[in-house]
Write a protein that binds this ligand. Structure first.
Ligand code: GH3
Ligand code: MG
Ligand code: MG
Ligand code: MG
Length: 311
């Protein structure tokens, strides 16, 4: 839900459902002018499809940044409790590390304020009062840039599902959630059967098409919160949040049955299968530990003849 970060200072007014929020960018707006915050939250959520979190107390900015994982931070430089530029300098490492763009808004649009802002790491500077349409466009530019960085770094080039770098981040996050909720989740490794033979028979380009089709299939056939990763070659990992081993097993087995029915075109029409090992992640062990367990299960099914799932 979208809400004001500090309940004591700004009242709470949820605006969007969970479903909508998933797709909209999260904007963190820091300013101790409460009426400006309320006005901007209302305006931005009405005219742009964003979830706007407002923070009236700059002392709370750091924790809001950690908790809310915003896609963009907007702050004033003249605030009672804290100088916005000091705040920017303080947060800059964390912001840059996650490609979170920062916009400064200020009534003082003088040369010194602008230069200082850029030197401290701001990505844009907008003088108050401003035109709301231009404001939205300038925020959107920063959001687009962040998305480009994100995709470049965290998506697999060939299949456009997540890469291993993202897997590490997602694992950290799911482990934190698991520590809190105590709900287990599943990790599955999926490996296309006799893929070398597909390459040898139909050529590498057809092999690449199979990899793309497999990735697309996995994305389409899993839930929005499930995380599909190309681990390397013809090996994929799926993380299933809030799922126990029996449920996870059933999902993968359903995928297995469906995938083997799909036909592909190469030298002739052909079919593919995959094998999978799945484990339930239910304690604090490392990602490598669970990958090894899942890989052991995969090794077992490969020995048993492939086109199976093993828990
Ligand atoms: P198994 O059923 O035991 O998994 O056999 P396999 O042939 O699928 O497994 P193996 O590990 O022997 O071969 C995997 C092949 O995948 C070898 C490699 O050349 C090919 N491969 C890896 N990455 C790519 C890629 O990006 N594109 C294509 N076309 N082939 C790839
Ligand atoms: Mg292999
Ligand atoms: Mg294989
Ligand atoms: Mg393999």
């Amino acid at each position: 839900l979208c809400y004001a970060y500090d309940h004591q200072e700004v009242i709470d007014f949820p605006k969007k459902t969970n479903e909508q929020q998933k797709e909209s960018a999260v904007i963190l707006l820091i300013d101790n002018d409460t009426s400006f915050l309320m006005y901007m939250k209302e305006k931005l959520e009405e005219e742009a499809d964003w979830c706007v979190i407002v923070v009236a107390n700059p002392q709370k900015a750091a924790s809001a940044l950690y908790d809310m994982k915003p896609d963009c931070v907007i702050m004033d430089i003249h605030m009672r409790e804290k100088n916005g530029l000091e705040l920017l300098e303080f947060l800059n490492g964390k912001l840059k590390q996650q490609f979170i763009p920062t916009l400064i808004v200020s009534v003082d649009g003088g040369k010194e304020a602008r230069i200082n802002s850029y030197q401290k790491g701001a990505d844009d500077f907008i003088q108050k009062p401003f035109d709301i349409t231009e404001f939205i466009v300038r925020i959107q530019r920063q959001l687009d840039r962040k998305k480009q960085f994100h995709d470049l770094l965290l998506l697999d080039e060939l299949t456009h599902v997540y890469n291993r770098k993202y897997l590490n981040q997602a694992y950290e996050r799911l482990q934190n959630e698991r520590n809190r909720s105590r709900e287990p989740y599943c990790l599955a490794v999926l490996d296309i059967d006799h893929f070398k033979k597909i390459n040898d028979t139909h050529g590498h380009l057809v092999g690449d098409e199979i990899l793309k089709a497999f990735a697309r299939f996995l994305k389409e056939e899993t839930r929005m919160n499930d995380i599909v990763v190309r681990f390397g070659g013809e090996e994929f990992i799926i993380l299933f949040p809030k799922t126990n081993i029996q449920e996870g097993y059933e999902v993968i087995d359903r995928l297995r049955v469906k995938f083997k029915e799909l036909s592909f075109e190469g030298k002739r029409t052909f079919f593919c299968t995959f094998s999978s090992g799945i484990v339930e992640v239910n304690n604090v062990n490392t990602l490598e530990y669970w990958l090894q367990l899942a890989d052991n299960a995969l090794y077992e099914v490969k020995k048993k003849g492939r086109n199976r799932v093993q828990k």
